[in-house]
Design a protein around this ligand. Structure first.
Ligand SMILES: [Zn+2]
Length: 334
């Protein structure tokens, strides 16, 4: 089968648009891509900034489209279905995690960084177990930005097992921070945005944040010791973790969604003393969780801030996303 794709062959090469052959398996659904997300993380992957990218690379990690073909062994889909896929495109389907539907933990997973092609391909071949239907009434642009970053945020929040009304701090208010804040509010949490930029205060409050803390002033934490049930890091910047850990309540948790490039330091005793606090990360999420998130977004009518651009403007939009400090997520339309 023929497809077209935006392909990067090495970290330093420019992106080529060309025709390619694709070989769907009997267990695959062939999706004609209509929408694809583009974030800083996707560009870091295309440029091999984390030294984990397998070339040729065809990002990105969030795509939505229409089912064009259903493999003989693919179940539950029909031609014409509106569907989405995230970062994970295939897995062994027989390890202890795959058998529980936790494909994101399979060591043999195929993802858009490692051997899999994301929505920068006109057609995607994805194992049917990793494809989800977009509920009627939910638009494709919104669904796109939930498929990976939205899911990772939602799964990270769920791992903290919070009660409604818990106090959650969101560190950084770019695209991921804004998305996370809106999901928290839909989950009926109390959300505080922590940012070093005072310009973000109004936007954060307009996005539903209950409070805003300016972290440029080093004394920000003095009045916030033992305040948060959960802190979610959405920024790629280095943090003085000791200050943030001090602001967690006993049994409070710190979740990494955004990753700094450098090693981070903290005193391990801070996790234990007077508090039993913990630090963890969130990596994609389960199929059940993405279905829950799509439903939550539909029911609570969450409106995310997005910029939609034609995919033919890919290079221009990569430059834009690299330099953009706003809270809006970019979605490219095929
Ligand atoms: Zn597996």
């Amino acid at each position: 089968m023929k497809s077209k794709a935006y392909i990067k062959n090495t970290a330093d090469s420019s992106i080529e648009y060309k025709e390619v052959d694709i070989y769907p398996k009997d267990t695959d659904v062939v999706i004609k891509t209509t929408h694809v997300g583009l974030s800083k993380g996707d560009i870091f992957i295309l440029d091999n900034k984390w030294n984990t990218t397998c070339y040729p690379a065809v990002g990105t990690c969030e795509s939505v489209g229409i089912v064009e073909e259903v493999g003989r062994e693919a179940q539950g889909f029909s031609v014409g279905d509106r569907v989405g896929v995230g970062y994970i495109l295939g897995s062994c389907m027989e390890c202890e995690y795959c058998l529980k539907g936790l494909y994101q933990y399979c060591v043999k997973q195929i993802n858009t960084e490692l051997g899999g092609w994301g929505g920068l391909a006109e057609k995607m071949c994805v194992n049917y177990r990793l494809v989800v239907k977009i509920p009627n009434g939910l638009d494709q642009t919104t669904a796109t930005i939930l498929m990976c970053y939205g899911l990772t945020a939602y799964s990270g929040i769920k791992k903290a097992q919070l009660e409604k009304g818990s106090t959650v701090g969101v560190i950084g208010f770019g695209g991921l921070g804004s998305l996370t804040t809106k999901i928290l509010k839909a989950m009926e949490m109390n959300a505080t945005v922590l940012s070093h930029s005072s310009e973000k205060e109004n936007i954060a409050k307009e996005s539903g944040a209950d409070d805003f803390v300016l972290t440029r002033d080093k004394t920000w934490s003095n009045s916030l010791k033992n305040s948060f049930d959960l802190l979610i890091n959405c920024a790629p910047a280095d943090l003085d973790l000791s200050v943030y850990l001090d602001s967690l309540k006993p049994e409070g948790k710190f979740c990494y969604l955004g990753f700094p490039f450098n090693k981070q330091q903290f005193s391990a005793a801070q996790l234990a003393d007077y508090g039993s606090r913990s630090i963890y990360g969130s990596y994609a999420g389960s199929i059940q969780e993405i279905n829950e998130l799509l439903q939550l977004t539909l029911e609570k009518k969450i409106v995310f801030d997005t910029i939609v651009s034609p995919i033919t403007h890919l290079s221009k939009m990569i430059d834009f996303v690299k330099s953009d400090e706003s809270h809006k997520r970019v979605v490219l339309k095929w």
